[in-house]
Write a protein that binds this ligand. Structure first.
Ligand SMILES: Cc1cc2nc3c(=O)[nH]c(=O)nc-3n(C[C@H](O)[C@H](O)[C@H](O)COP(=O)(O)O)c2cc1C
Length: 412
């Protein structure tokens, strides 16, 4: 064989990827890569709104850092030829133990917004949560992903009539559960937004024009798609984002009910027959009280570090809460999930499933709907790989014996 033939036989040329989005995504090996892509494509104010947290962002940082402090204690020589990561939680079938968390104003990452995310979730066989502050309506999401399993996230407006109406619409549209967010009596101080004077929808000021010119792809789509509003509640109250730019802090201070308390759970129960999850539980004591109030689930969450800085890191909460109330209510760990292996760690500590927010927003900002498909494929592969390498072929096999806190005592 001549030299050229030898080289030809060992070098396999990759077929040229013609789709630009697919080409870009092929280089995104993980959530950090998708985040970096989103940062390049989105105007600074939009990226910071998604990426940022409250005050010094310690709660935000610690949510991810805590998962990095968990080490495996992997078991070997167990038959892992068939891996099944599926779980059933709250009557929902999850192909992996993941639910997409509600995020307000999703359309600023990509004009398709919530519809793109709901479709990708349905294709991946995982539930999607629509926020009260969503920029697509309850019915649009149902129509976009009719086969999907949707949850509706409730913020309690002072106007309870409006909340009751939203819940009735979610029931009519076949939504499968409610997430009542309980960590947002007032809005956390997100200082990146304060510095940038960020409003929803983003105001077109001088900085926005300069920033927009530096991000022509986003600006073109933003200008050429229908205006972004809080579609579900637009037009229902003064200064409600139905066209005018508002600061989120001012808006929530005016609209949200700061008097919300445990006694309101009974009111919610009267409005809704299906499962209720309290999103934003951050202590064992409140987890116990939630169980006393008979809720089907709790989401351990500090709102992705966007509300109270120095709130507990979610991964550190899972084990004590599971010890106190595990088996009596569904435990969802929400915050800091950046890899499939984080999902397996949360389950090992005692969660029944996890939720993730930023990961899919980065993916959406990086490459639209295809980006979210890419992310969910990577999450699935990551969950399956961690299960195979830990010797836990089914979700039920994942238990505390496979993890330990770094520096803690090893399993004997
Ligand atoms: C841009 C953004 C908007 C959010 N909007 C809402 C919301 O409208 N309602 C809500 O309950 N939680 C909201 N959250 C919190 C998420 O539901 C979830 O708790 C959080 O993103 C989890 O942390 P993670 O981003 O590290 O996954 C939002 C989070 C982000 C990043």
């Amino acid at each position: 064989m001549g030299m050229i033939e030898t080289v030809r036989s060992v070098v396999q040329f990759k077929p040229l990827e013609t789709d630009r989005t697919a080409r870009r995504l092929a280089t995104a090996a993980n959530v950090d890569d998708l985040r970096a892509m989103a940062r390049r494509r989105l105007p600074g104010g939009v990226f910071d709104y998604i990426d940022g947290g409250a005050e010094d962002e310690r709660a935000l940082d610690r949510n991810t850092e805590a998962y990095q402090r968990i080490e495996w204690q992997p078991r070997v020589l167990r038959d892992v030829s068939n891996i099944d990561p599926s779980v059933s939680v709250l009557g929902l079938d999850c192909s992996i133990p993941l639910i997409l968390a509600p995020t307000g104003f999703t359309r600023i990452a990509d004009p398709e917004g919530e519809l793109a995310v709901a479709r990708a979730a349905a294709r991946a066989g995982i539930p999607y949560s629509l926020s009260t502050m969503g920029t697509r309506t309850i019915e649009e999401v149902r129509d976009a992903a009719p086969g999907g399993q949707h949850l509706f996230q409730v913020y309690t407006w002072k106007d309870r009539g409006l909340v009751a109406e939203l819940i009735a619409r979610a029931a009519d549209a076949g939504y499968r559960g409610l997430l009542l967010t309980v960590d947002t009596a007032v809005l956390g101080r997100r200082e990146r937004d304060v510095r940038r004077g960020f409003t929803l929808p983003p105001k077109i000021g001088l900085e926005t024009i300069v920033d927009g010119a530096l991000h022509p792809g986003w600006t073109w789509k933003f200008v050429n798609s229908e205006p972004i509003t809080f579609s579900n509640v637009a037009g229902r109250s003064v200064g409600d984002g139905g066209g005018t730019a508002v600061s989120l802090a001012a808006y929530t201070a005016e609209q949200f009910d700061q008097a919300l308390s445990w006694s309101d759970i009974a009111w919610l129960r009267e409005q809704w027959d299906g499962p209720i999850v309290l999103k934003g539980i951050q202590t064992v004591a409140d987890a116990r009280t939630a169980v006393e109030h008979g809720v089907e689930g709790i989401a351990l969450s500090n709102h992705g570090g966007r509300q109270l800085d120095d709130a507990p890191a979610i991964a550190e909460l899972i084990e004590p809460v599971a010890d106190a109330v595990g088996g009596r209510t569904t435990i969802i760990a929400d915050g800091g999930i950046r890899r499939g292996s984080d999902i397996v760690k949360a389950l090992a500590l005692g969660a029944d499933a996890v939720m993730a927010g930023r990961a899919y927003l980065y993916a959406l900002g990086a490459a639209g709907e295809a980006g979210v498909d890419h992310l969910l494929g990577q999450f699935r592969a990551g969950v399956e790989r961690a299960m195979a390498l830990n010797g836990t072929p089914t979700a039920a096999d994942i238990d505390r014996s496979i993890v330990r806190w770094r520096g803690g005592p090893a399993e004997r």
